[in-house]
Design a protein around this ligand. Structure first.
Ligand SMILES: *Cc1c(COP(=O)(O)O)cnc(C)c1O
Length: 464
């Protein structure tokens, strides 16, 4: 057995509390509670420092597509570290892992996307996209074409540029965001914002906000529209089917770039290599990270169209990261892609485990707390509500019920996240039918316990 923990959990928790600042966390509160310390992973399972086994229905942070514990990735990293642990690609040099990975991505991506700019993460890649889209238009003699349209409640990363592109109010509230030149339209979240409108009508209306924004800002001032095919961190918001084709129609009708943020949707998550294929988009740029390496190494990038590559390539693009195309990360990503192909994991999601989970997922709406269940491939969400008929929100602060449910999941050794009062999953793509059954069982238990807690605490009341 590889490394197991031999140190007392309390000691680790005390050190963690004293010195480690956790992302997206109120660290003082966490320090009092104590972190759960994860020591091992295997398939869809994690082991904590007390030896408990947890089913990871989030695939880490949406990224461990091929599951934990893959020896081949460890070997690929070791081989590459011994041969060449690091070299840059800035000054007329290149190396084999970056070359092979760029070529492989060009082969997997839609036919007109054949060039890759590497980054260390999804956030960095979206910063690249922001600068690249503006530089593209500037090089074409239209420097005023610089506004990027995005969506409220989108997630595009945590750097200044990426968080500005994103539409998370809580992020914009800190640190003076968004930066200028970014315009946010509404999200296609029918459950929360659709009112009495028919879902398909609502989907079209929300897409047409893009057209209205282009008219308002001026076509000659809009560089690009950026969107996740399916919003992930926003709560796995699967839009009505009418939404996606309307977005593509508008992007075709006006001279703007479509940037598909595939950081979650890419590499099999929706049952195709890229979410854009599932939703019928023809993007000019795709942002990639997460599933690109199944999280085994930090790596991201932008796959761009032949047109953009030609325009950008004509001048010096003053942009790059020390770790752009890092050889160890690239070698690991290549091995990850090889496993995805050899084990036919993408068709497994599309034809086998996706449909199997979809049936079980829909049955969650039989639970009294669950208003709607949405799923695409292996990303899914349920909306908790005190009153299904009216799609009511809870009287308590948004997220109160979701947090209670997440705590019950955690206590039942199931890792499931909440976004306000929506519960979400994004399990490793290799999850088996038996493991799906275990996951659904634990979700039912947690929902029952949540119902009980809400009732005991007088929280089962609709707002308004
Ligand atoms: C996670 C995520 C990012 C940011 O990626 P990092 O690697 O965390 O910087 C960007 N876009 C989407 C859609 C994501 O889910």
């Amino acid at each position: 057995m590889p490394l197991t923990n031999t140190r007392p959990t309390a000691q680790l928790q005390a050190l963690d509390a004293a010195h480690h600042m956790h992302p997206f966390t109120a660290n003082t509160g966490l320090a009092e509670k104590g972190t759960r310390i994860i020591t091992r992973g295997d398939g869809v399972w994690l082991t904590d420092s007390e030896g408990e086994r947890l089913l990871d229905a989030m695939g880490g942070l949406w990224c461990v597509n091929i599951g934990y514990g893959r020896e081949r990735l460890a070997q690929a990293a070791e081989r590459q570290m011994r041969a060449l642990p690091y070299y840059n690609t800035f000054f007329q040099t290149s190396h084999i892992p970056a070359i092979d990975l760029a070529a492989k991505l060009a082969q997997l991506a839609p036919p007109h996307l054949n060039s890759v700019f590497f980054a260390g993460s999804g956030s960095e890649a979206n910063d690249t996209n922001l600068r690249m889209a503006r530089t593209y238009w500037a090089l074409k003699g239209q420097p005023q074409k610089s506004t990027v349209i995005s969506r409220k409640n989108a997630y595009h990363g945590s750097t200044l540029g990426a968080a500005s592109l994103g539409g998370m109010g809580a992020m914009h509230d800190q640190g003076g965001l968004p930066i200028p030149g970014i315009h946010h339209i509404n999200q296609p979240n029918w459950w929360l914002e659709g009112g009495d409108t028919d879902p398909q009508d609502f989907g079209r209306q929300r897409a047409r906000e893009l057209e209205a924004a282009i008219h308002e800002i001026g076509e000659d001032r809009v560089a690009a529209f950026i969107a996740e095919p399916v919003q992930g961190a926003g709560g796995v918001i699967v839009p009505p089917d009418s939404y996606w084709p309307e977005i593509q129609r508008i992007c075709d009708a006006y001279d703007i770039l479509l940037i598909a943020d595939e950081v979650i949707c890419g590499f099999g998550r929706t049952g195709n290599w890229f979410g854009s294929e599932t939703v019928g988009w023809r993007p000019d740029i795709m942002t990639i990270a997460k599933g690109l390496s199944s999280g085994y190494q930090p790596i991201g990038g932008s796959i761009v169209s032949d047109d953009i590559a030609a325009v950008i390539g004509a001048a010096e693009f003053n942009h790059g990261y020390t770790y752009s195309g890092h050889p160890v990360a690239a070698a690991v990503a290549l091995e990850n892609l090889a496993i995805l192909e050899e084990e036919q994991i993408v068709p497994y999601v599309r034809d086998t485990i996706g449909p199997y989970l979809a049936t079980k997922w829909q049955s969650l709406t039989d639970h009294p707390l669950v208003g709607e269940a949405r799923i695409i491939g292996l990303m899914a969400s349920i909306a908790l509500t005190p009153d299904k008929a009216t799609r009511a929100a809870f009287a308590a602060d948004p997220g109160t019920a979701g947090y209670i449910c997440r705590e019950h999941c955690f206590a039942n050794n199931l890792i499931m996240r909440h976004v306000y009062d929506r519960m979400i999953i994004s399990p490793p793509l290799v999850i088996s039918k038996d493991e799906v059954d275990i996951m659904i069982d634990r979700i039912w238990t947690a929902l029952d316990q949540t119902y009980q807690t809400l009732q005991d605490d007088g929280l089962l009341r609709p707002a308004g």
